[in-house]
Design a protein around this ligand. Structure first.
Ligand SMILES: CCCCCCCCCCCCCCCCCC(=O)SCCNC(=O)CCNC(=O)[C@H](O)C(C)(C)COP(=O)(O)OP(=O)(O)OC[C@H]1O[C@@H](n2cnc3c(N)ncnc32)[C@H](O)[C@@H]1OP(=O)(O)O
Ligand SMILES: NC(=O)C1=CN([C@@H]2O[C@H](COP(=O)(O)OP(=O)(O)OC[C@H]3O[C@@H](n4cnc5c(N)ncnc54)[C@H](OP(=O)(O)O)[C@@H]3O)[C@@H](O)[C@H]2O)C=CC1
Length: 515
């Protein structure tokens, strides 16, 4: 019997960010392994014209929750969506709902955040810092609370090379930043933002670091743990391999590569690609929730959910496997054949951008214009290049994350828990994982039909022929122009032609002799 699964039985669990990538997988696993849990409260806001109920309905009716419905048929009754906006005071939760949350909650998983790298400082602080503080204030009024699990990121201290499982101080107190944002206007805030974030690469990682400091300062009587995942990728094993549903992190770039838009990336081929499957992160979260509530460690423990030091894979290996998978299972209607050129050199990268990205986009837009259609490829390409440049920082560096606490926790689990809540990334086979990942991007994110693979392969063959034809035509045009203008080119041309002629004559003569 799994001790962790039994621990969550009969519990009331509060999850923020339950509609996000990590939150959905967390809910799924909780319902599947502890179907006798009492209730999961989720803080949700209406979005894209959908009410809370419609959003919950959509999640529960997705493929991700198919197994849950077999194990826990009354899952609809065990989920309680509470209207909340984490950027508002008291999260805009009604009095009745707040009362229920305060009196019933046993465990909190705080996943909600803005994960955009280019968010405004005001919004990112509201979500990643102030909301964390407010949630902890709420937590301190919960008599039945056993543990709070805060989700940070392994990159919250990416200005350091070696990162331990400790909370590092930030140069400016979070409280001071929160207070000053109250009276500064937006223009000034955006002006001071680059000075505030110093050597952090973006507002996201900086505000996540501030969020950790808030956890440390506000923990007081609470039992809290922090989990720091690196780059969260598709599911490895559960509930099925390759599930993914948003374009964040590697997903957008994998699509761009598969569709043939992105053919070169400024990335250090040997740098560690620190991906971690989302189900591995969720298993660690649930194990940490159990351990924190049962063992009540005296200080706030930090757990790294990373792969680099236990089972490293580099960007080159990852890129090669992504391309190999696209050979077998290509995406539909590709723009060009998938290809990837990793370089960390500035000049080479700019050259590839011009030749492999901008030029084809401009040529294609000319073609669209000539055929009376609206040009769009340059816009798409610029969007992809902007995203790639935002991720560059993470593609050109390697970090060392220590994993003492994570390994300690692993050794504390019973063999059954190690199996059911497996977060041992050493068992991950990268080649198999990446293949399933790419397949998952095609099936679950792009919703492409597997029956379309033969047609997609035919399309790639046509693209290859167009590519050869285009290159030959280009070569002939350039050569013709050169011959017309340069005596040296003409000499080279006559030399080649006479050499070929002599070779053919020799070949013909020797074959006649043999006969
Ligand atoms: C062979 C090649 C191999 C490739 C392998 C490469 C692997 C690369 C790995 C990358 C490493 C990433 C490192 C990350 C490390 C940090 C870890 C964390 O904690 S990070 C935590 C994770 N955080 C991150 O990863 C955040 C990173 N991303 C960002 O911050 C921003 O996306 C941005 C700033 C990059 C671009 O912003 P912006 O220019 O404003 O663009 P928008 O975002 O607004 O969207 C663009 C378009 O996409 C549409 N669309 C949106 N959603 C979906 C969807 N679900 N479904 C479908 N479509 C969707 C949307 O409608 C729009 O279309 P349109 O309306 O224009 O037609
Ligand atoms: N994905 C990754 O690679 C990594 C993620 N992390 C961390 O993991 C956590 C979860 O990330 P992930 O699931 O990928 O992110 P998502 O963007 O998929 O999910 C974010 C969640 O936060 C919710 N949220 C955002 N703003 C508000 C708001 N104002 N009010 C209420 N809810 C809000 C979103 O709700 P809505 O659906 O309404 O937008 C969504 O449920 C984050 O803390 C992130 O920092 C850490 C490392 C890597």
């Amino acid at each position: 019997m799994s001790m962790i699964a039994a621990f969550y039985g009969g519990k009331s669990i509060l999850i923020t960010g339950a509609t996000g990538f990590l939150g959905k997988v967390l809910m799924e696993k909780l319902f599947r392994t502890s179907p006798d849990l009492k209730v999961i409260y989720i803080l949700v806001r209406p979005k894209a014209g959908q009410t809370l109920q419609q959003r919950v309905f959509q999640i529960l009716n997705s493929k991700l929750f198919e197994k849950v419905k077999e194990v826990c048929p009354n899952v609809h009754e065990k989920i309680r969506a509470i209207y909340a906006d984490l950027s508002q005071n008291d999260f805009a939760i009604s009095k009745e709902d707040m009362q229920e949350l305060l009196s019933c909650t046993n465990i909190i998983f705080h996943c909600a955040a803005t994960v955009r790298f280019d968010d405004t400082l005001r919004h990112a602080v509201q979500l990643n810092v102030t909301a964390t503080r407010q949630l902890l204030l709420m937590a301190s009024q919960m008599p039945k609370l056993e543990a709070v699990i805060h989700i940070s990121t392994a990159y919250s201290n990416c200005n350091l090379k070696h990162i331990d499982e400790v909370i590092y101080p930030c140069p400016v107190e979070p409280k001071k930043i929160i207070d000053s944002l109250e009276w500064l206007d937006d223009a000034i805030i955006e002006e001071i933002a680059p000075k505030l974030i110093r050597d952090w690469p973006n507002i996201y990682t900086y505000t996540k670091a501030l969020g950790e400091m808030v956890v440390q300062q506000e923990s007081r009587s609470l039992t809290i743990a922090i989990i720091r995942p690196s780059i969260v990728g598709a599911t490895w094993q559960e509930p099925f391999p390759g599930w993914v549903d948003n374009i964040n992190g590697p997903n957008g770039l994998i699509i761009a590569a598969g569709k043939g838009f992105l053919r070169a990336l400024k990335a250090a081929p040997k740098a560690v690609a620190d991906l971690i499957p989302v189900d591995t992160v969720v298993n660690l979260m649930l194990a940490v929730g159990w351990y924190t509530a049962v063992h009540r460690p005296k200080s706030t423990l930090v757990y790294h959910s990373t792969s680099g030091n236990l089972n490293p894979c580099n960007w080159h290996k990852m890129g090669v496997q992504v391309l190999a998978t696209f050979e077998k299972i290509p995406l539909e209607r590709a723009f060009r054949r998938p290809y990837a050129n990793f370089t960390s050199n500035n000049f080479t990268s700019q050259y590839w951008n011009a030749v492999s990205h901008q030029a084809p986009a401009i040529i294609y837009d000319c073609y669209l214009r000539l055929t009376g259609r609206k040009p769009r490829m340059t816009k798409v390409m610029n969007q992809i290049l902007r995203t790639a440049s935002m991720l560059e920082y993470f593609l050109n560096r390697s970090w060392e994350w220590s994993t003492y606490n994570t390994e300690m926790l692993m050794s504390e689990l019973s063999p059954e828990d190690q199996r059911v809540f497996n977060f041992d990334v050493r068992q991950l086979n990268w080649l198999e994982y990446i293949e399933n990942y790419v397949l998952g991007v095609k099936k679950y994110l792009l919703k492409e039909d597997m029956a379309g693979i033969p047609e997609a392969k035919q399309h790639l063959k046509r693209l290859r022929n167009i590519h050869y034809l285009f290159n030959t035509a280009l070569f002939l045009i350039v050569w013709r122009l050169l011959i017309a203008r340069s005596q040296m080119a003409r000499n080279v041309w006559f030399f080649i032609v006479s050499f070929c002629y002599k070779f053919l004559s020799y070949f013909r003569a020797s074959s006649t002799l043999k006969v």
